[in-house]
Write a protein that binds this ligand. Structure first.
Ligand code: C2E
Ligand code: MG
Ligand code: MG
Ligand code: MG
Length: 273
């Protein structure tokens, strides 16, 4: 009725409910940051030939007091939309650097960063995380996706160069899923290319295998190491090895682990190598 006469609105309870839920989730996220509901888990990245751990990727988790675990696929895009990813991301950087200090010195920590964080002072966040924890810059690896370079590409590239000159490593994440993946390889000298899980899932298919092989060869020419993401089976491992991927990550080796379990994993793997 408030809409006046001669108009009608279609009320779709589904959409309304979804918007309300998202709005509530944003409020809950703010509260959750304050209450320390966010945490990081760590997934090992291993040498494809030896199985030795080479680094661990920090992945964010949120346990909502009522809804339980909320997937990063849900809360990260929401945090990007409303800017909460800036404080959350700064917290993650610091936390990951602090945790990496408890590992052997040879191990790096990978931290995912979003485009919004570059506009929100990522460089300062990285510098203060390193300075406050004392982690050497060369033990930190930032993981960016192609979408980060799509927006404000020049500013992002300049920022990455400055961090790179301090010794921070940079990986291109989810490679092959963007609109013009190859062109991004010319924009920045990434240390690593992480081939998206979708290619690894289908690697038994000769076409997917051919693409992985081509990316490995491009990486070699450009001096960029290759990581295969999402290796779940021994067969997939065998095939990505055959195509020349130097490093692998996936459930076959380990799911993302709590800080305590990650330390145990590192110790056990060290005892074997
Ligand atoms: P990502 O950076 O590509 O991380 C890899 C994702 O693949 C993780 O999902 C991981 O749990 C999952 N994964 C690893 N191995 C396997 C496997 O063998 N099989 C399958 N099916 N999945 C596997 P997760 O933790 O749900 O994270 C999803 C995405 O959320 C990440 O993708 C990343 O883009 C984003 N994200 C997570 N943590 C952060 C963070 O701290 N900051 C930012 N900006 N983004 C984050
Ligand atoms: Mg990643
Ligand atoms: Mg990825
Ligand atoms: Mg991803």
């Amino acid at each position: 009725k408030a809409g006046g006469r001669n108009t009608h609105r279609v009320f779709c309870p589904d959409v309304g409910a979804r918007i309300a839920t998202r709005g509530q989730l944003v409020l809950d996220m703010k509260e959750g940051i304050r209450r320390g509901e966010f945490r990081l888990v760590y997934q090992p990245v291993v040498d494809a030939a030896s199985g030795a751990v080479v680094s661990l990727e920090a992945l964010m988790r949120w346990r909502h007091p009522v809804r339980g675990e909320v997937s990063p696929g849900e809360f990260i895009p929401l945090a990007e939309e409303n800017g909460l990813i800036v404080p959350l991301g700064a917290w993650a950087l610091r936390e990951a650097c602090r945790e990496a200090l408890t590992w052997p010195e040879t191990l790096r920590v990978g931290v995912n960063v979003s485009a919004v964080q570059f506009r929100g002072g990522l460089e300062e966040a990285v510098l203060s995380a390193l300075a406050d924890t004392g982690l050497p810059a060369c033990r930190l690896k930032l993981e960016v996706t192609e979408s980060v370079l799509m927006q404000d590409g020049d500013a992002v590239v300049a920022c990455l160069h400055r961090l790179r000159s301090l010794g921070v490593l940079v990986a291109l994440d989810d490679f092959g899923t963007g609109y013009s993946s190859l062109s991004y390889l010319r924009r920045f000298p990434f240390d690593k290319i992480k081939i998206d899980r979708s290619f690894i899932r289908d690697i038994a298919d000769p076409d997917a295998a051919a693409i992985v092989r081509a990316v490995v060869s491009i990486g070699e020419r450009l001096g960029m190491g290759i990581v295969a993401e999402g290796v779940e089976t021994a067969e997939q491992l065998e095939l990505v090895r055959r195509e020349g991927c130097a490093q692998v990550q996936g459930f076959l080796f380990s799911r993302p682990l709590s800080p305590l379990d990650a330390r145990a994993y590192i110790m056990a793997a060290q005892a074997q190598h």
